[in-house]
Structure formats: structure tokens, C-alpha cells
Design a protein around this ligand. Structure first.
Ligand SMILES: Cc1cc2nc3c(=O)[nH]c(=O)nc-3n(C[C@H](O)[C@H](O)[C@H](O)COP(=O)(O)O)c2cc1C
Length: 463
């Protein structure tokens, strides 16, 4: 029995997200990203094709030695200008009914009390379709935009993330009991004995509570995570319901999936508690020759400067390493997972920073007919991948073409859903409404017994 894979449209609220230079193509409309109609049109196209979610990446600054020459980002529209995906998801929530809405937010950009409230609000607005891609950030400039001197050290970023999600779990899962909200026009709006302060006191945060929103359909959003270093895998193993990887090939993916699932079991979860989404982009032709010709056409628009800048591997002082630097000589504080993947994929020699940049653009590209693309996707599924984050070349064209030509082939093979399951995003993806009992957030259900007031005190006051 073939298991359908999950398909997310991997996008960003900017003109040049991953495949830099493609916004210049005549058929590209990603430069219209500030116009909500572009996104509503795309969301409805994806929903008609039964995509599982729109997955918005996001960053809070510029890559590389942005305090040096950062003109490349501005020239290339490389994630600047960019708009906030969290705000955009509100508009998409009211323009769709079933597709998931995933946003990326890093732990330095928003206080967890405020972020938890934003997410609960979106989960209410979308009737339970929000997901959060937990990231720790990758940019010195992105950190300096929030008062830090530079990007926090890699290991410390994950410790920070652990406290951040702890605060959010307490607010989402523990502050309000399930039957606290009454809305009784003859009595109380909510039962004060069932709404609790969380009194979080930690290394980075002190949060009294209670959570201001009443429980949303999912309470905790579906939890994605992106980060593939060993620290990233440990974090994913403990917290993620789904993790986003961009492995260079199915063998490297299989090894990472097995390792992360092993860590999940060590963390008290089950191997199936965590799913894996591989990032892939597609060049589709009715014939192999047509696909190859289209790939050559995309190559014509590629911005090498953009790829080098985006994969900017910076040294601890924030200086971008020269492209010919051997990766074994690189000491970086940013995304270590990409280095590990490059070194796992290129084993006949020591790879360089240029190899990493080239891999970022090419290794995830699948070129062929719809049937050949479906064959490749089956190979990734055989490696243990549960879903695909579809990376676009052009918006909306890349997704329109995938939906028209590849999705029907996948559906015929049982590799893509033909209908949405009922319920919230978590129910659609995993078959149950709340985080399961093995997730650390579950420990906070009923954990705060100091109600706003004791029932007997209130009864007396009421008398
Ligand atoms: C596939 C993938 C996608 C990522 N997307 C983002 C993103 O959209 N925004 C962001 O700030 N960081 C992103 N990151 C990096 C994360 O911030 C991560 O927490 C970390 O800094 C790098 O992860 P690693 O060193 O564990 O691989 C991504 C990392 C990976 C592997």
C-alpha cells in the first residue's frame, strides 16, 4: 500500500528567495510579493491541487559580511525587501479553507509571550491550520537588528530555543484548561478557577501569564524545525513533529533521518513522532529534451553572486570565506548543517565554499518528465522522506506547472493525496488534534493549579 507523501509549497515573502536571479524572467511574478493578491491566487491554486501547506521561510536581516559590502542583497532583491509572513498568513487564512499555513520565526526576533499570542490568533483565524518552523537564526546582521553584537554561538542558540519553546508550550498547553471558556451570557465569560498563570522563570525569560488567547483549535501549532547539525538534530528529536532538510541526495537523507529518529527514541518519543520534508525544485518537460532545454534556460538567469552571498559561509568575525576555501578549514557559527551535507556528498576530494554554494542551487534540482520526476520522488520516499518542500523557480508558474503535470501522476501512483482529510492541520497530517503525550509540551497540561481564584472564594463572593 503506497503512502502518500506530503507536499508543501516552499516560499518566502520576497522576490529572490532561493533560486536567485529567476525574478528577472518574463514569466516570473515573485517581484509582486507585496501584493496580497499574488499570494491569495497562489494559495487557492495550491489548495485546488491539494498541497498540504504553504511553508514560508523568513529571516531577520542580511547574510554574510553585511557590515562589509552588502550591495549584492539589494541589487539581487535577495531577501530584501521582504515582508513579514506572520502578517500575510492572516490574509491567507481567510482566503482558504484547508491548506496548512507554516511560518518561520527565529528565537531572537520576537518575545515568546507575544509570539505565542500571535500564533494562537492565527490558529483561531485559520481554524487550526498554523504551523511554526522553529529556527535559531543564521545571520549576524539579523541578530544585530535585535540588539545583539552578532549571531549567538551555535550551541547557545539551541539552548535559547529550548527555553523559548518551553515558555510557548506552557502558554499554549498549560495556561487554560479545556473547559475554562464559558461565554455564559447569564454568568461568567471564563471560569477563573481554570485559567492559570505560568510563572515561568528561566535563564532568558520571566513570563507570569496567563496566556491571553483562549485555547485555539490546535493549541500548539504543528511544529516544524529547520537545522541539521548535530545540535539541530537533537533539538528536532525532542521538539519537532516535522523537520525540513535539504540533503544533497537520498543516501545522505537516509542517514540523517535514521540518526534523528534514533535521537527521538532516546528523548522518549517514537520514531514515527517525527517526519521529514526534503527540499527539492523541479524542471518539468513533456519530454526529457524539453526539460533539459528549460533547465538551460533557468541557468541563463542564475545569479552566481546571489548563490555565493546566500550560502555565505562566514568566519566567527562575520567575514565571508573566499569561494575556494576548503570546508575543512571553515569555522562558522551560522548553518552548520549545510557544511555537513556538502562534505557528506563530495567524498573524492575536500569540498570548497564554492561547492557548497553550487550544491545549494543544484543538488536539489530534479529535471525530467512528470513520470521521471515521480520516479525520483519515490527514491526520496524510499530513503525515509515523508514530504517534499517544493522550491520554486518562479511564482506562481513553478507551482502551477507542478500541479498541472506532476501532481496527477503522483496521485495516480498513490504518492499524493486527492482530497484533504477533515479537521485541523495536525489532524490532516497525523490523525490526532493535539500534540501526543510523548511530546514535552504535553507535560504542561494541568501543570499550573494556581487558578485566578479558588472556587469556594468565588462562590462566597457571589453569594
Ligand atoms: C533546510 C533549512 C532551512 C532553513 N531555513 C531558515 C529560515 O528560513 N530562516 C532562518 O532564520 N534560518 C533557517 N535555517 C537555519 C536555522 O536558523 C537553524 O536554526 C540554524 O541556525 C542552522 O541550523 P544547523 O546549524 O543546525 O544546520 C534553515 C536551516 C535549514 C537546514
Amino acid at each position: 500500500m503506497t503512502t502518500p507523501l506530503r507536499f508543501n509549497a516552499f516560499v518566502m515573502n520576497t522576490a529572490s528567495h532561493i533560486h536567485h536571479g529567476q525574478w528577472r524572467r518574463p514569466d516570473a511574478r515573485q517581484h509582486e510579493f507585496a501584493d496580497v493578491r499574488l499570494w491569495i491566487e497562489l494559495a487557492q491554486l495550491l489548495e485546488a491541487a491539494k498541497f498540504d501547506a504553504m511553508f514560508f521561510a523568513d529571516v531577520t536581516g542580511l547574510y554574510g559580511d553585511a557590515d562589509g559590502d552588502w550591495s549584492v542583497y539589494v541589487r539581487e532583491g535577495l531577501q530584501i525587501p521582504s515582508n513579514d509572513p506572520t502578517v500575510l498568513l492572516g490574509a491567507l487564512a481567510v482566503s482558504t479553507s484547508d491548506i496548512g499555513l507554516a511560518l518561520t520565526s527565529n528565537v531572537a526576533q520576537s518575545h515568546p509571550f507575544h509570539f505565542a499570542r500571535q500564533v494562537s490568533t492565527l490558529d483561531h483565524l485559520s481554524r487550526g491550520r498554523v504551523a511554526w518552523n522553529i529556527v535559531t537564526g543564521v545571520q549576524d546582521n539579523g541578530a544585530r537588528n535585535f540588539g545583539l553584537d552578532r549571531l549567538t554561538d551555535h550551541a547557545e542558540r539551541y539552548r535559547w530555543a529550548a527555553e523559548y519553546v518551553d515558555v510557548a508550550y506552557k502558554l499554549w498547553e498549560g495556561s487554560w484548561e479545556d473547559d475554562a471558556l464559558l461565554q455564559d451570557k447569564d454568568g461568567w465569560f471564563s471560569d477563573p478557577t481554570k485559567v492559570h498563570k505560568i510563572h515561568h522563570v528561566g535563564e532568558r525569560y520571566r513570563v507570569e501569564g496567563p496566556h491571553l488567547p483562549a485555547p485555539s483549535p490546535q493549541r500548539t501549532p504543528v511544529l516544524f524545525q529547520a537545522g541539521s547539525s548535530t545540535s539541530g538534530r537533537d533539538f528536532a528529536a525532542q521538539h519537532a513533529e516535522a523537520t525540513f532538510i535539504i540533503a544533497p541526495n537520498p543516501d545522505v537523507a537516509a542517514a540523517q533521518i535514521a540518526d534523528t529518529r534514533r535521537r527521538a527514541v532516546e528523548a522518549g518519543r517514537e520514531p514515527g513522532d517525527i517526519t521529514f520534508y526534503q527540499g527539492l525544485s523541479f524542471v518539468i518537460g513533456d519530454t526529457e529534451e524539453e526539460a533539459q532545454a528549460k533547465a538551460a534556460e533557468y541557468e541563463r538567469f542564475i545569479s552566481v553572486d546571489g548563490y555565493l552571498a546566500h550560502s555565505a559561509v562566514v568566519d566567527p568575525d562575520g567575514r565571508v570565506y573566499p569561494p575556494e576555501t576548503l570546508l575543512k578549514d571553515v569555522e562558522t557559527n551560522t548553518a552548520k548543517g549545510f557544511l555537513e551535507w556538502t562534505r557528506a556528498a563530495i567524498t573524492d576530494r575536500e569540498p570548497t565554499v564554492r561547492d557548497l554554494a553550487r550544491m545549494s542551487s543544484g543538488s536539489t534540482r530534479v529535471v525530467g518528465t512528470p513520470e521521471q520526476i515521480a520516479d525520483r520522488i519515490e527514491e526520496w520516499q524510499a530513503a525515509g522522506v515523508d514530504g517534499i518542500n517544493v522550491i520554486n523557480w518562479v511564482i506562481p508558474g513553478s507551482f502551477a506547472e507542478f500541479a498541472e503535470k506532476v501532481t496527477p501522476v503522483l496521485q495516480r501512483r498513490g504518492l499524493a493525496q486527492t482530497e484533504y482529510a477533515p479537521g485541523t492541520l495536525r489532524e490532516k497530517l497525523f490523525g490526532y488534534p493535539r500534540l501526543n503525550e510523548r511530546h514535552p509540551a504535553a507535560a504542561y497540561r494541568g501543570a499550573f493549579d494556581a487558578p485566578a481564584a479558588r472556587a469556594e472564594e468565588l462562590t462566597a463572593a457571589d453569594a
